[in-house]
Design a protein around this ligand. Sequence first.
Ligand SMILES: CC(=O)SCCNC(=O)CCNC(=O)[C@H](O)C(C)(C)COP(=O)(O)OP(=O)(O)OC[C@H]1O[C@@H](n2cnc3c(N)ncnc32)[C@H](O)[C@@H]1OP(=O)(O)O
Ligand SMILES: O=C(O)CCC(=O)C(=O)O
Ligand SMILES: [Zn+2]
Length: 397
Amino acid sequence: MRYVPCAVIDSTLREGEQFARASFSPAQKIQIARALDAFGVEYIEVTSPCASPQSFEDCRAIVGLGLRAKILTHTRCHMDDVQRALAAGVDGINLVLGTSSFLREFSHGKSIDAVIQAATEVITFLQQFPVEVRFSCEDSMRTSIDDLLRVYRAVDALGVDRVGIADTVGAGTPRQIYDLVSRVRAEVQCGIEFHGHNDTGCAVANAFAAWEAGATHIDTTVLGIGERNGIAPLSDWVARLHATAPRLTAHYHLPGLVGLDRLVAEMIGLEIPFTGCVTSFCAFTHKAGIHTKAVINHPQTYEILAPEAFGLTREILTGHRLTGWNAVAARGEALGVHLCPDEARSVARFIKAISDRGPLNQDQVDQCILTMVPRADAHPVSAVVAESEVAYVHSVS
Ligand SMILES: CC(=O)SCCNC(=O)CCNC(=O)[C@H](O)C(C)(C)COP(=O)(O)OP(=O)(O)OC[C@H]1O[C@@H](n2cnc3c(N)ncnc32)[C@H](O)[C@@H]1OP(=O)(O)O
Ligand SMILES: O=C(O)CCC(=O)C(=O)O
Ligand SMILES: [Zn+2]
């Protein structure tokens, strides 16, 4: 299958600012924008300059950095908002207007005809300016397909650069997203941006399905931060794409991902989630003996991504009751100690027995190997683990 490229629109500085714990200072926004640009995202979306006086200043300051990434801002479909966006000097404006009956009734009160009228007024006005224009139907997944296609056809005919499909409440399944994007793909000439929330755990899968169906742009945020529990995390999206088509991630500075996640995690005062595909502390950590034996022989047995591609290294844990002699022997080699299989088995049995009382750290495991191996033949530790030995190993810090 031939995969087509897909641009990332990173919205850490817009959707991410809507995260409960986010409140970025101007300096932090600039740090994030520079780090995203160094990583190589194609677009950076920032909060509407209408949100507050500082939001306008921050938007202008980010535009003024002269980054390679295009700077977009996200505004309501309203003349005042887009005029403010133009004044901030952005490269593009991501217009949004809700089309589901929920939002038409309880948010802005407009009919679909009125939505198209508002879109026409704003998009026509923007065409005098050298800015990219995208029009998104907020809550697309809960909008009737007829209404949705009417709006997309109308704005496509007006010449927008992209339409946006927004799964605003994470309602969609990958199959539904695939079907919807395919329908839209068949109707419009312009690009298609997908923005998917993670309320039901499908954000990355849905983004992937959108791309497979013809979406040209995918929205992400660092760590997935956003309203409620957020959207597709940049690292996870890149991991997914890299595993499928590494040539499509070749232009990104992949080793920059972990620094980006750490930067934002520190700013919001949270840990990088252990579920993070690339950047979690355990993304490349192998534990159980069956796994570690095979990984030592050939990492791809239990790795779909190579940690080296992301500037990271794999870790083999040996100090626990699930360990195996192959992992112990490999650790011995790393310490410059050659263990024959029987010696490694003896040490592994010893580690298993004592780690039934709790895991050992690396120093403790190394002490087991270094202190027991010379004795392994003479006093196999297979039979009984002496209390004194247990105490000794536990006391090694
Ligand atoms: C799903 C999403 O994440 S969409 C993006 C969300 N982003 C934001 O909300 C940005 C931050 N927001 C803000 O700073 C403020 O809400 C502002 C400046 C945009 C508007 O503030 P206010 O004028 O005080 O209005 P408020 O926030 O109470 O309500 C939103 C207004 O926008 C209207 N509105 C909502 N969506 C849209 C839209 N897409 N296009 C045009 N108008 C809209 C609502 O009907 C309401 O209008 P009203 O003033 O006639 O009641
Ligand atoms: O503009 C868009 O496409 C998305 C807006 C948004 O954040 C959402 O609908 O969740
Ligand atoms: Zn959103």
